[in-house]
Design a protein around this ligand. Structure first.
Ligand SMILES: Cc1cc2nc3c(=O)[nH]c(=O)nc-3n(C[C@H](O)[C@H](O)[C@H](O)COP(=O)(O)OP(=O)(O)OC[C@H]3O[C@@H](n4cnc5c(N)ncnc54)[C@H](O)[C@@H]3O)c2cc1C
Length: 389
């Protein structure tokens, strides 16, 4: 006999965790989350955790802005510790991007984001280790930083569980059926679960799960490498986070003396069940070389460690947060294209509004509809930020 719930969430990454926690906050607690492995086992546990608000569309900027409010008050709002560290975040762009870059900053300010363009002298005061060309453009977000993605997901899970939600780990969903009553039956190896509301938040596995109900969406798992180096604290005691469109890298400080580095122009499609989770030394050498252009004295750092993880990329690099047309009560939350962690708190909010009120009110998420690909209405930007996580 299947157990019946008010909502079933498939996937225990930061999105599923935020959604079940936000549902619990409004009193929807007869919910269950089914996770095939452990909390944060997918992209979340390999995320760089960078939190910035520099986006080129209002929908992403607004989701980041709403989320930052949660990250900075996490223990009061959710409980527990997301590990948020405010370092400030600097965005660099080459001079040819001037028009789009300035339009982005002005859109972000309209949304309410604390960001401003600064000059080379101001940047040098904030980050003496950075080398910045005379014609480069620089944006500064004082409030941004980074947080711990696994800790964030766990804190959301703990909050939901304390309100009465059920979490099943090591419980892969292997099939699902839409019953004639409109109820969904979700089938795992040993059980089945029923609800009128099902949310699919399965990260890079989403396309393969959706195939079971004949839905095809352009959700592509792509492999990305990240590595950490130990700084010489005498040359670089610390530095802000950075998204560097000139050198096509992003970076942030980690702990006492480490710097985490990633980039956006090495990308390959991958099978989420069998991809190479290591990093390569040739990759590290290439990206470190580019980091040295921004931080010349980082050349005397030591390589510490590295790994790879998966983005779930869509053609316009925007997520899909939507109700599935024609299947009542089925919702999709995926396709965060390598920048979803910083959006997760607001994603839980808007998904809760979508489920309970039929539309999101905190942020207008109509640009994130699943049919935009079939309709040819992709999000377009004058100057996009593919390379900064
Ligand atoms: C290397 C790297 C660096 C990144 N850096 C940043 C960054 O600096 N800032 C930022 O904002 N974002 C960053 N991201 C992106 C961010 O991590 C993701 O957007 C976010 O973690 C996605 O969360 P999710 O819950 O959608 O997916 P996931 O974390 O992948 O969660 C999906 C979960 O679903 C489970 N699952 C899958 N199939 C099933 C099934 N059939 N049954 C049950 N469970 C199932 C999986 O086990 C997994 O736990 C980075 C990502 C990577 C890989």
């Amino acid at each position: 006999m299947a157990e019946t719930y008010d909502a079933i969430i498939i996937g225990g990454g930061v999105m599923g965790a935020s959604i079940i926690s936000n549902l619990a906050t409004i009193g929807m607690t007869k919910t269950v989350l089914l996770e095939k492995s452990t909390i944060g086992a997918g992209s979340t546990g390999r995320s760089s955790g960078a939190i910035r608000m520099h986006y080129s569309t209002a929908v992403n900027a607004s989701l980041a802005h709403e989320s930052l409010k949660v990250f900075t008050n996490f223990s009061d709002i959710v409980g527990g510790d997301a590990g948020f560290v405010k370092t400030g975040y600097m965005v660099f762009a080459p001079s040819e991007a001037e028009k789009g870059f300035r339009e982005n900053i002005s859109m972000q300010q309209t949304v309410g984001i604390s960001t401003r363009e600064i000059d080379q002298k101001q940047a040098a005061e904030l980050a003496p280790a950075f080398d910045i060309a005379e014609d480069e453009l620089i944006a500064w977000e004082e409030e941004s930083g980074h947080a711990d993605p696994s800790a964030t997901a766990l804190a959301y899970i703990n909050h939901a569980r304390a309100q009465g939600a059920t979490i099943h780990l090591e419980t892969p969903v292997i099939d699902f059926e839409v019953l004639s009553s409109g109820t969904h039956r979700i089938i795992t190896e040993n059980d089945s679960f029923e609800s009128e509301i099902v949310i699919i938040a399965t990260g890079p596995w989403t396309a393969q799960l959706l195939q079971k109900i004949n839905i095809s969406l352009p959700l592509l798992p792509t492999r990305h490498q990240v590595f950490l180096i130990r700084r010489n604290l005498e040359s670089i005691p610390t530095h802000p986070g950075g998204g560097d469109m000139t050198n096509l890298i992003y970076f942030r400080p980690e702990g006492h003396d480490l710097t985490l580095v990633g980039n956006g122009n090495h990308e390959e499609t991958a099978n989420p069940d069998s991809y190479n989770q290591k990093y390569s030394l040739s990759y590290a050498a290439d990206v470190w070389n580019r980091l040295s252009k921004r931080m010349p004295s980082i050349g005397d750092a030591e390589l510490f460690t590295g790994y790879s993880g998966l983005y779930t990329s869509t053609p316009d690099l925007h997520p899909i947060i939507d109700a599935v047309d024609g299947i009542s009560g089925l919702y999709i939350c995926s396709g965060f294209s390598g920048h979803g962690f910083k959006l997760a708190p607001a994603v839980g909010t808007v998904m809760t509004e979508l489920i309970t009120q039929g539309a999101a009110s905190t942020v207008d998420i109509k640009p994130l509809k699943m049919n935009r690909f079939a309709d040819g209405k992709l999000n377009t930007t004058k100057y996009s930020f593919k390379v900064i996580a």
